[in-house]
Design a protein around this ligand. Sequence first.
Ligand SMILES: [Fe+2]
Ligand SMILES: [Fe+2]
Length: 181
Amino acid sequence: MINPIAAWHTEHVYFNQLLGLLQKQIDVFHGGERPNYELMLDIVAYLRDYSDRFHHPREEVAFARLAKRCPDLGLVLSRLSQEHRVIAHAGEALREQLQAILGGAVVQRAALEVAAATYLVYYGNHIAKEEEDVLTRAAKELTLEDWEAVRTAVAPGRDPLFDGDPQERFRELRRQIALEA
Ligand SMILES: [Fe+2]
Ligand SMILES: [Fe+2]
């Protein structure tokens, strides 16, 4: 069995890489140039379609199990769980704006900046909090049966970006990630 904590942490590393790339595009935008909106949309689409549908539901099961074993973490875990809903919502808002821009609509500069900055800060802090407060405790407290429940929380899905050969639509994004490494 793959070490579930290592796999969990690896996904956080991937998500942080994507947030870093998104930040770079926002920096381009701040500099007054046209950012790579297609790339930005790919990043947000991936995070909506993979993280929100696979990573977060698995965490929800891990959090519920951990809350039972570690009552002292109850508040932290319920906040993190609430943040999953906020992240999904903020990600969808950002995706819609990027799609509108790519569709030729005029989106106010400030609106895109706020949506992107909110997403980046919120998501980055969320991951940092999980790494800091949750992963070590989960490694210590969760049982094999708990991990099985986490693993089967959602139907197995292939990671379309980081698993082996990326899906066609994510090839450019994978290339950009490799360039950053
Ligand atoms: Fe999370
Ligand atoms: Fe996470």
